[in-house]
Design a protein around this ligand. Structure first.
Ligand code: ATP
Length: 353
């Protein structure tokens, strides 16, 4: 029998704490991941003293979980608030790495989602695609690499600073079945804007290699718009399965999308295909379909470039509202969730995710 989050939490709730309550009722469990038979989580004590007092509880928790049917490994890490808590500073110059794009241990595929210009819905597509893939049973990670305008914490509904159990690695947050990490969660608001190339490359390297992603079928990377340091550094140093380019149908967006295409081609990163976002608009009142930014431009461009056209996603108020509320529309039901479901199924069928 495969354990679930609920069976794990129920087992943890049976262990009494010194001073009353249990790990669950006193809200000390963080970053719980139940992945097949593997369980890992962090006990976040309120102080170093409490952490010491809870050492026995940590051992009991491990033993209780190992005794559950279907559990093959249990990893529990204790952290404490206060001066003794380790923290990981993001933002450093890159460390030496073998030449050429490197794979990341445990991650089978890495897909970068890019766009030529901002505001075409690249972050929206990344979060919804990640959620749709997770709903199809894939083990999915989402890395928000948009250093200057990280939007995944809002779109995925997470804002907590991720825990570093040892000062060396970070545990990603879980949202809607997706392991997610954003540079925005690790930085003060004013921090990144003054960084130059090497610091940005170092931060990206840390997010790729110091986050405990675990085993993933696919990691989706939400890139910043355009063709800058992050794109360059990612394509040169990380072995990517490929890139997906999001564009709206109008000519000006396509013009920029062509620049992104050109960059990926020059960097020898395979382009897996193009997606048309904000393709058509169905009036919620009368059902009339309008093409506010035109329609079909991206499919035509894909054909011209000899690249796959992966699909079109409508312009819909619910998409924006859901993104602002922290629950991507792909997590729900209805035609919009189905459109993302089809896109995810297509990537899975093609071996891309
Ligand atoms: N299909 C859609 N229907 C309605 N609103 C959408 C759609 N796609 C994106 N949006 C909205 O458009 C705005 C911009 O989207 P998003 O942040 O995903 O774009 P982006 O390309 O990642 O931009 P940037 O790179 O500048 O962050 C957001 O408010 C988002 O909710």
């Amino acid at each position: 029998m495969t354990p679930t989050r609920d069976t794990v939490l129920a087992a943890l709730a049976r262990i009494p704490l010194p001073g009353g309550g249990d790990l669950v009722s006193r809200d000390l469990i963080r970053a719980l991941v139940v992945d097949g038979g593997q369980v890992r989580f962090v006990i976040e004590a309120e102080s170093p003293d409490q952490a010491r007092a809870l050492e026995g509880v940590q051992a009991q928790a491990e033993a209780a979980l190992r005794a559950l049917p279907g559990i093959s490994s249990v990893q529990v890490v204790m952290t404490a608030h206060g001066p003794a808590a380790p923290s990981l500073k993001i933002g450093q110059h890159p460390t030496a790495q073998p030449a050429g794009p490197q794979p990341i241990a445990g991650i089978d595929r890495i897909i970068a989602v890019g766009s030529g210009k901002g505001g075409v819905g690249k972050s929206t597509v990344s979060s919804n695609l990640a959620v749709a893939l997770a709903r199809q049973g894939r083990r999915v990670g989402l890395l928000d690499a948009d250093i200057y305008g990280p939007s995944q914490p809002r779109m995925m509904g997470v804002s907590k600073r991720p825990v570093s159990p040892d000062g060396q690695t970070i545990i990603p947050l879980m949202a809607h079945g997706v392991a997610m990490m954003s540079i925005g969660l690790m930085l003060r608001e004013d921090e990144a804007v003054i960084w130059r190339g090497p610091m940005i490359m170092g931060a990206l390297q840390q997010l790729l290699t110091q986050v405990q992603w675990g085993k993933l079928d696919v990691l989706i990377i939400d890139l910043p718009p355009g063709t800058g340091d992050i794109q360059l550094s990612l394509c040169q140093r990380t072995h990517l399965t490929g890139a997906i380019i999001v564009s709206t149908p109008q000519d000006v967006a396509l013009l920029d999308a062509r620049k992104a295409l050109d960059m990926f081609q020059k960097l020898k990163t395979p382009v897996l295909g193009l997606i048309e976002n904000m393709s058509s608009y169905i009036c919620p009142n009368c059902g009339h379909e309008a093409h506010i930014f035109g329609h079909g431009g991206v499919a035509t461009e894909a054909a011209k470039q000899g690249l796959p056209f992966l699909g079109e996603l409508p312009l819909a108020l619910e998409v924006r509202v859901a993104g602002d509320a922290g629950t991507p529309v792909a997590a729900g039901e209805g035609p919009l969730a189905e459109a993302y479901g089809r896109l995810a199924a297509r990537l899975v069928a093609g071996g891309m995710a």
